[in-house]
Ligand binder design. Sequence first.
Ligand code: ASP
Length: 717
Amino acid sequence: MKKLSFVLIFLLLAGSVLRAEEGMWIPLLLKKYKIEDMKRAGFKLTAEDVYSVNQVCLKDAIVIFGGGCTGELISGEGLLITNHHCGYGNIQKHSTVEHDYLTDGFWAMSKGEELPNPGLSVTFLVRIEDVTDASLAGVTATMASAEREKTIQLNSAKIQSEAIKGTSYTAKVTPFFNGNQFFLFVYESYTDVRLVGAPPSAIGKFGGETDNWMWPRHTGDFSLFRIYAGADNRPAAYSPSNVPYKPKKFLPISLKGVESGDFTMVFGYPGRTTEYIPSFVIESQVNYSIPASVDLRTKRLDVIMAAMETSPEIRIQYSAKKSGIANSWKKNQGVLLGLKKVSAIQRKIEFEKRFQEWVNADPGRIAQYGTVLDQYKDIITKQAPFELAITYAREAGEAPEIIGFAGRFASLVDLALKGITPEVQKAADNNKASIAAYFKDYDALTDQKLLSVMMEAYTKGITPDFQPELLKKIAVDFKGDFGKYASSVFENSVFDNQVELMSLLGDFNSKSAKKLANDPALLMFKSIRKLQSELINPGLSRGQGQVPELQRLYMKAQMEMQPEKLFYPDANSTLRISYGKVDGFAPVDGIQYRYFSTLDGIIQKDNPQIYDYRVPEKLKQLYAAKDYGQYASNNTVPVCFIASNHTSGGNSGSPVINAEGQLIGINFDRNWEGTMSDIMYDPDLCRNISLDIRFALFIIDKFAGAKHLIKEMQLVR
Ligand code: ASP
């Protein structure tokens, strides 16, 4: 008996050691909760080496890159590495048919050749502080949720303004555990960020949508940028006289590579996870919004991809848009499969049963949490048709670009109809710059096809009571022929024609305002928005106001119910640490995936007939000559590896760091079988996919010949 319980305890412990890979931890709390476990897993640095406000540490080398990615400093001259797909929008903006950096790659051979990117910024974290008490000052247990929210907002505003007094920093108080805890984040942003290098898409995006979210993988998903600062090393608006930023810290790069079982840590900005939601929320997503979104995006992608095949110009114009649409389209399909595979809904239902028993066992708990799940479920059930309706409005109704683009002028037109004032003239003028940018990446014929296909899908996919009035009318007027409807829109609208639109705005008067007001694209936009404001939004907001509060209570109760469990907060675009180990996995019975891929695999995939698998000539030559330099391992070049770090969207571009604190890879994706980790992480199935840093260096050095960049870095052998 004794022996048995010993075995049982051992198994439980072993289980909890394995499960330790789940979680995205707050750097500030590393010392208190996690560093010992990280050390047991092999990590050699201290908590202060990772995060500290008193000494230079790893966090000083990490940035939020643009809107939703991570990047890290890799030289003392402000050189930064992130993913190719994170830099993609900027690489695309610099690309034309004559200078096609997407196809050919781009390498600045001197600092003078680096390209500025208006609108792009990088943001450093200055410090984190637990401000839970100050945020909740004045909040009482009996307060209505709106009042609670308002009190917290006022408190947060005060905390934020005090935190940045006399500095050029920004500050944000962010809720954790669904609003049960609050942390202050102080940031500093640099806005002069220049493009330094990007491999051709045939490397940076190798495998395209086919390989996206998949293992095995052979994508060289990296790009290089440089941060520039004023002469005082402080943030400064773009100026040719700015100088390369001198970082407090940059990451040394290990050439040693990885072995199965090695400790790895990912340090970056995961965007959003929902690990603590109840079964019925998952059920609603799985049954309604996710399948509808997948279906509508399939239709949209079919049109766009067919058009991209027809001309190099359209391919450039639509490449970034296509990637954006396809990314969540593909991921969502994996999510549906993964949730099923781990029986996510069933496991949550079982947990909820235990939860309810725990609540019911105590009158105090009954008073606090007795009806939380019932109320929550009731709202989610009633909201389901409205969730489906909003998915259709966005993903069908506003998918043709002409609709959303016309919508940008809606308030200008409304104003102008009341009278042409100098403000109206000015607003009309202000639109001109963005119009040029919009039309650079626009093909009217492709969009006309999209309008026809998406409106037909809208009509067929959802019941008439959730369709815009105008859609119902045109279905009758055009006898269900949406191709005819689309040609009539494109014949009569000005929103597909840059010259016409510019000349209308150039001499903006009440006649032009009337013309725009009756434009068929704007009319459709307005009809969709009317449906949203009059039917969908009220339907959603009836319960929506209560959902965050119910989720907060449910979160609080889950933590009270399991006091022995160390909870990690859901991702919320704040800096986190995940750690795990290099490890293969078994996607299905009978298959075991290895933990790394190599250049040999790229050559195996080479297929000149398929756009995504065309290997650049130069890479083939390097392969044939085995010209791998110091980046070789076992007579090839490693390309990607997988590990069990718990990551999410936003972790793209995050450094993958070894036990010594050196850069070994750039995180860029997850495996298909594990994309449900945003909702339920499974240590056997979930893997993050990283670019082996040696492949990035090989491409920079041998493929691009940009040895000057390698010289800036600190390589460790
Ligand atoms: N590919 C993702 C991104 O773009 C990363 C992930 O979700 O794992 O952020």
